[in-house]
Design a protein around this ligand. Structure first.
Ligand SMILES: Cc1cc2nc3c(=O)[nH]c(=O)nc-3n(C[C@H](O)[C@H](O)[C@H](O)COP(=O)(O)OP(=O)(O)OC[C@H]3O[C@@H](n4cnc5c(N)ncnc54)[C@H](O)[C@@H]3O)c2cc1C
Length: 427
C-alpha cells in the first residue's frame, strides 16, 4: 500500500499561524497543558473571560487525537444509554446523554461564532446491526431513547437498510438524526487561531516535563522555558508523550485506533453505497466507523488490532482496514488508499469521561472515543469550573480509581482484545 502516513485531516488543514514566539516565561493566571480540543477550547474560553493564558503543546496543535479522528461529532454516550441507566440510574444516564447533545451544540456554536470553516453538518449517525440479533438490541435502544431522552432517533428495519447503505452486511439500523460531522483539524486550527486572537499565548514544541507546587500556584517547566501559573489544566488526552502526570497515566488507558482515507470516489458509487452521506458505525465491539469527506473520500476506521499507534502498527492496521472495507463494500476492492494513520484514544475503564480537580490540578479527559464533541465542550465547561462554577462539570461526582496493575503502559491490551473478539463471536 503506498499511502501518506499523515492524517488526511492534518494534511488538508491550514497551518496554525498564531503560535507564540520565543521562550516560555513569566507569570500567568492559567497554564494549559495540551493543545487538542480540550486545551484549545479552554484557552479560548478563559482568554475571553480576561484570564492571562499560556498553552503548552508538546508537538503541533491538534497533532494527536484531535487531528487524527474519524470526524464524527455524534450524540450519545460511549456506553449505550440502557447500560448506563441500569448501572448509574435513569437520572444520571439522562444527564450524561444530554451532556453529549449539549457538546454537539457547543461545537456548532463555536464554529459559527469564530467563523471556522470546518464543514460542520448535521448529517445524522447510523448505527448498523452487524448481526440479525444486534437489530433486536437496536430496537430496544431506540424505544428507551425515544421514551426517555432523545426524540430524534429513528429505526431502519432490515428490509430497508439498503436505502441507507449499499452493502449486504447489515441487518437494520438506528439513526440519531441530529448527530454531526466536521473536518476536525480545520476546526482545531480554527479554535487555536481564535484563542490566540483572544490573547492566549500558544506554544508548540513545548513539552511539559516538570510541575512544582509554589506557595501559591504552580511552576510549569517545559522544553521551551518555565512559567508560573495560579491554575493549571491538564488536557493531555491519550497521547503517549512523557509527562509528570502519574495519577492520570494509571487511570487513562490509551488504545490505538486506525484510519484509512481512500482516493476521491465518483458520485455514482457514493449514491449506490452511502446515499445519505451520514456518519456510520457498526455494532460489533471491534467494529468500524466510516463517513465521506466533502471531496468524496471514504474515511474508514476501526480498532483493527488492539495495539498502540506508531508508523509500523498504523500500516499493519491499514491493511486490515482495507480488507474489511472490501468485505463490507465489494465495489471498493482495489480503490486507491491515499492516507493511512492511527492515533491514541483516551479510554477510561468504564468509558465515562473524567474531569475535575486533583491535588490542585484541574483536568478533563477520558472521552472514550466521543471526544470530538465532549473534549470541545469540556474545555468550555472547565473554564467555568476554574472561574468558580463547579456545577458546570457534568462528571464532578464520579470517583476515579486507578486501573489495577496499570502504570502507564497498557500491557493488558492484547488480552482485552481477545475478550472483545470472543464477545463478537458469541453475541
Ligand atoms: C483514530 C481516532 C479516531 C477517533 N474518532 C473519533 C470520532 O469520530 N468522534 C469522536 O467524538 N471522537 C473520536 N476520537 C476521540 C477524540 O479524537 C479524542 O477524544 C479527542 O480528540 C481528545 O481531545 P483532547 O484535547 O483531550 O486530547 P488530544 O487531542 O490527544 O490532545 C492532547 C494533547 O496534549 C499534548 N501533550 C501530551 N503530553 C504533553 C506534555 N507533557 N506537554 C505538552 N503537551 C502534551 C499532546 O501532544 C496532544 O496534542 C478518535 C480518536 C482517535 C485516535
Amino acid at each position: 500500500m503506498r499511502a501518506s502516513p499523515l492524517s488526511y485531516w492534518l494534511a488538508s488543514a491550514p497551518p496554525f499561524t498564531g503560535g507564540a514566539e520565543g521562550g516560555v516565561e513569566g507569570k500567568v493566571d492559567v497554564a494549559i497543558i495540551g493543545g487538542g480540543f480540550t486545551g484549545l477550547s479552554a484557552a479560548l474560553a478563559l482568554a475571553k473571560r480576561g484570564a492571562r493564558v499560556v498553552l503548552l503543546e508538546a508537538g503541533r496543535v491538534v497533532g494527536e487525537a484531535s487531528g487524527r479522528n474519524g470526524g464524527q461529532c455524534n450524540n450519545g454516550t460511549a456506553h449505550d444509554y440502557g447500560t448506563l441507566s441500569a448501572k448509574f440510574g435513569k437520572d444520571v444516564a439522562k444527564a450524561w446523554y444530554r451532556a453529549h447533545c449539549d457538546a454537539v451544540d457547543t461545537v456548532e456554536r463555536l464554529a459559527r461564532e469564530e467563523g471556522i470553516a470546518c464543514d460542520f453538518n448535521r448529517c445524522g449517525r447510523v448505527k448498523l446491526a452487524a448481526k440479525p440479533q444486534h437489530y433486536d438490541k437496536l430496537v430496544r435502544a431506540h424505544d428507551l431513547l425515544a421514551a426517555e431522552v432523545d426524540e430524534n432517533v429513528r429505526l431502519v428495519p432490515p428490509e430497508q437498510v439498503r436505502d441507507e447503505v449499499g452493502s449486504d452486511a447489515f441487518h437494520g439500523a438506528l439513526i440519531q438524526t441530529t448527530s454531526a460531522q466536521l473536518h476536525p483539524a480545520r476546526f482545531g486550527v480554527g479554535l487555536a487561531e481564535a484563542a490566540a486572537r483572544a490573547s492566549a499565548r500558544i506554544y508548540e514544541q513545548a513539552e511539559v516535563t516538570g510541575l512544582d507546587r509554589l506557595p501559591q500556584g504552580w511552576r510549569v517547566t517545559s522544553s521551551r522555558g518555565t512559567v508560573s501559573a495560579d491554575q493549571v489544566l491538564v488536557a493531555t488526552g491519550g497521547a503517549p508523550a512523557a509527562a509528570p502526570f502519574g495519577f492520570f497515566r494509571r487511570r487513562i488507558i490509551s488504545v490505538g485506533s486506525f484510519v484509512i482515507a481512500t482516493e476521491p470516489l465518483d458520485n455514482a458509487t457514493i449514491d449506490r453505497l452511502l446515499p445519505g452521506r451520514r456518519n456510520y458505525v457498526t455494532s460489533k465491539n471491534i467494529g468500524n466507523y466510516f463517513r465521506l469527506t466533502p471531496d468524496n473520500r471514504l474515511i474508514f476506521g476501526g480498532r483493527a488490532r488492539f495495539a498502540i499507534s506508531d508508523p509500523r502498527s498504523d500500516l499493519k492496521s491499514g491493511r486490515i482496514l482495507e480488507e474489511t472495507m472490501g468485505e463490507l463494500f465489494p465495489a471498493l476492492k482495489g480503490v486507491g488508499v491515499d492516507h493511512v494513520w492511527g492515533g491514541m484514544v483516551d479510554l477510561t475503564a468504564d468509558r465515562v469521561p473524567r474531569a475535575g480537580e486533583q491535588d490542585g490540578l484541574y483536568y478533563a479527559m477520558g472521552y472514550s472515543g466521543h471526544g470530538v464533541q465532549m473534549a470541545t465542550h469540556m474545555g468550555q465547561q472547565m473554564a467555568r469550573v476554574m472561574s468558580g462554577e463547579p456545577d458546570a462539570n457534568p462528571w464532578a461526582k464520579l470517583d476515579w480509581p486507578s486501573v489495577p496493575g496499570h502504570f502507564g503502559k497498557p500491557w493488558f491490551l492484547p488480552l482485552v482484545g481477545l475478550w472483545y473478539k470472543w464477545q463478537d463471536v458469541i453475541r
